[in-house]
Design a protein around this ligand. Structure first.
Ligand SMILES: Nc1ncnc2c1ncn2[C@@H]1O[C@H](COP(=O)(O)OP(=O)(O)O)[C@@H](O)[C@H]1O
Ligand SMILES: [Mg+2]
Length: 361
């Protein structure tokens, strides 16, 4: 296992900057995800780490060894970087057996047939495919093929494992199963992992830290719970988990909090928010669905609304409430579910306020 350091990494195509000023240290044995919408530069950044793409600026260091630094004329070839990679497409060689696929990186290094077979068998055991080395790839399911790709990526005992949306082609149940397997494997081997995904629940379930990206830049970095609870801006708040985004006018402001009167909602909707936004200015307010609670018998500081949809989800109920011109989304405990058409008085247990800056989407 190994540390990974990216310093002011940038990649442009002509005048089009695809990745800009990407600065990050990843600790040895850490599991870090790049999370962001399609086209935000995740794959490009991963390919620069792998040496499959050359940065136009900045530096990449793996385990303290400089591997990419265009300004200093440094470029270490991908196969010299001690990395394992798995992509969305399994990219197995169809004419080789499963075992030969896994052993192939060793073959390139001139390792003997016998040693290769032993290592491949060991790796297949590790990904719960023991005994299937003699099969052809097409005889395996999608999930099994992706496990083979994982085994092949691990056979060289890489310092860093790079995974680019490896679960995106699998069905929901398998995806969740493999999440745990990859996580478990990472813990047992202690390998440093960079995991690329546009799926926020995947990133939250697996990562020690998530790097949220947008338009080639880092927007926020932190452990999942921190990003969820303390999003740096509306984009991060909306990208991680569900969020009601409302507007309001700040009535009073403290050093780390403010009280906001929400616009466009029925009732007397005043909420106490985390985040200091100047009194008298407009603010964007984020309220998570699980932070609304039904407050019977209260009259002040409440949002009132009518239930327009109730969806039973087992442990909780997903509830839509129309209030003023807005539709709110609530996650309520299954036992306390309202009925369609009920009028509710709602209180927000937690809310975050952001100053309304110049809009950039
Ligand atoms: N070879 C290329 N030439 C020009 N633009 C490219 C090339 N490769 C990627 N891009 C652009 O770089 C941006 C980021 O792409 P990518 O890193 O693949 O995003 P992600 O993996 O986050 O979906 C996209 O706008 C894409 O069109
Ligand atoms: Mg990509």
């Amino acid at each position: 296992m190994s540390t990974l350091e990216l310093r002011a990494l940038g990649r442009s195509y002509g005048t089009h900057a695809v990745v800009t000023g990407f600065d990050q240290k990843i600790a040895s044995g850490e599991f870090v995800s790049f999370l962001g919408p399609s086209g935000c530069g995740k794959t490009t950044t991963l390919r620069m780490i792998a040496g499959l793409d050359e940065p136009t600026s900045g530096e990449v260091e793996i385990g303290g060894r400089l591997v990419s630094a265009p300004a200093r004329g440094v470029f270490v070839a991908p196969e010299e970087r001690r990395l394992g990679m798995v992509f969305q497409s399994y990219a197995l060689w169809p004419h080789m057996t499963v075992g030969e696929n896994v052993g192939y990186p060793l073959k390139l290094r001139g390792v003997s047939r016998q040693e290769r077979d032993a290592a491949a068998a060991r790796m297949l055991e590790l990904v719960h495919l023991g005994g299937l080395g003699g099969r052809q790839p097409h005889q395996l399911s999608g999930g099994q093929q992706q496990r083979v790709a994982l085994a092949r990526a691990l056979v060289m005992e890489p310092e860093v494992l790079l995974l680019d949306e490896p679960l995106s082609n699998l069905d929901a149940q398998l995806r969740e199963e493999l999440r745990f397997e990859i996580k478990d494997l990472q813990r047992r081997l202690g390998v440093t992992v960079v995991f690329v995904t546009h799926d926020q629940s995947e990133a939250m379930a697996m990562s020690d830290r998530i790097i949220v990206m947008r338009e080639g830049r880092i927007r926020q970095v932190g452990p999942p719970a921190e990003l969820y609870g303390h999003p740096a801006d509306l984009f991060v708040a909306g990208f991680l988990g569900l969020a009601n985004v409302l507007e309001g006018v700040v009535e009073s402001s403290g050093s780390e909090s403010c009280r906001v009167r929400l616009s466009g909602l029925a009732g007397q909707p005043v909420v106490d928010c985390r985040g200091a936004v100047a009194a008298g200015t407009r603010a964007d307010i984020v309220i998570r669905p699980e932070h609304f609670e039904v407050a019977p018998g209260e009259t002040t500081g409440l949002v009132s609304g009518k239930v327009t949809r109730v969806t039973f989800l087992g442990d909780r109920v997903d509830c839509r409430v129309a209030s003023g011109g807005a539709e709110l989304r609530l996650a309520l405990a299954a036992g306390s579910a309202p009925c369609l058409g009920d009028t509710l008085a709602l209180r927000a247990r937690d809310a975050v306020a952001f100053a309304q800056g110049p809009r950039n989407g």
